[in-house]
Design a protein around this ligand. Structure first.
Ligand code: ASP
Length: 330
């Protein structure tokens, strides 16, 4: 029988309601989390490892980096066929994507979580863990990179996002849909993960800020980011990548200082240089702004952090190379 390692990081799946405040707080250990799930032991051999017990808004890129190192060690073992990571739903899509960019090889890594804690009516955690273990142990899940298994669906880490604050069907991959489903004990894939990329810096040694643009935005936050010494900035733009015109001088000053600027849209769909007005993506692209394709701004920020960190603490990034990493991926 194959072995799946379950690494627990925290989240609602490991929470219970506190008797004093009535609010959900971290409470359940990794071992307790998997102990009482009916049928789990007959899927495959299991090993449980507690990485941490954090609510996921407290997860940082440094946690993700350390998690990737731990996962790599498990995947290197011949007796391990895959890894399941339990995580809070709030930032799950970020950690899942970070690991997608940080792991090589064919073995599946499946993130799962819960929208309801274990002491609520109809908790979804146990069923999600069972489904995630089935996927991590399944041959068709190989070469699929980092996956998110929730509510019987299997999503690509790159595409998935949390779409609702409370509903158990919160994880969706807008426009693309899930890669597959878990139907009872069967793991069924309908599409593959294409064009994955891997970046393996020695440490996260660079600083990247994300700036959300809204109507009436100006250059103030870009100038502030540059003044605090960032190496990269992701701007979250409108539609095809267009930004308010008063942002443009801030982008120009950032580029002039050697800061890499990446543009990711708030809508979903591809950023593209098809609008030529002041603030349009064509103007930005000609200035040297990199288009993030279909990545959300949060995911583009993690990808830029990994890419820039590959150049080392003193290394200057080659903007054309950074652009190729973004623009030649999906
Ligand atoms: N706030 C929780 C967290 O992300 C939500 C959850 O896990 O569903 O840790």
């Amino acid at each position: 029988m194959s072995k799946v390692v379950i690494i627990t990081t925290g989240g609602t799946i490991a929470m219970q309601h506190d008797s004093l405040t009535g609010a959900a707080v971290p409470a359940v250990s990794g071992a307790d989390l998997v102990r009482a799930i009916p049928g789990l032991g007959s899927v495959c051999d299991l090993e449980v490892r507690e990485f941490d017990n954090l609510p996921s808004p407290a997860i940082t890129p440094d946690h993700m980096f350390r998690l990737a190192v731990m996962v790599r060690q498990y995947l290197a073992r011949d007796d391990v066929s895959g890894v399941v990571i339990t995580h809070g739903t709030d930032s799950l899509e970020e950690s899942a994507y970070f690991l997608d960019l940080s792991l090589e090889g064919h073995k599946p890594v499946c993130f799962t979580a819960a929208m309801r804690s274990g002491d609520e009516l109809s908790p979804d955690g146990p069923r999600n863990i069972l489904a995630a273990v089935r996927v991590a142990a399944a041959r068709p899940a190989r070469h699929m990179g980092s996956l998110v298994v929730m509510n019987e669906q299997i999503h690509a880490a790159r595409e998935v996002t949390k779409t609702h604050a409370a509903n158990v069907a919160t994880f969706q991959s807008p426009w693309w849909g899930p890669l597959g489903v878990v139907d009872g004990d069967r793991v069924i894939f309908r599409r593959a993960q294409l064009g994955r990329q891997t970046f393996l810096p020695h440490s996260l040694c660079k600083k990247v800020d994300l700036i959300k643009l809204v109507t009436g935005s100006d250059a103030a936050y870009l100038d502030f980011a540059v003044s605090r010494g960032v190496d990269g900035i992701v701007v979250e733009s409108f539609g095809r990548g267009n930004v308010p015109p008063h942002v443009i001088p801030g982008i120009a000053r950032a580029l002039e200082k050697g800061v890499i600027v990446v543009n990711a849209t708030r809508t979903g769909g591809r950023v593209l240089d098809e609008y030529g007005y002041e603030g349009g993506m064509l103007q930005q692209h000609r200035m040297g702004v990199i288009m993030a394709g279909e990545l959300s701004a949060a995911k583009a920020r993690l990808k830029l952090l990994l890419i820039l960190s590959q150049y080392g603490p003193d290394g200057r990034p080659d903007p054309a190379e950074v652009a190729r990493y973004f623009e030649h991926s999906m």
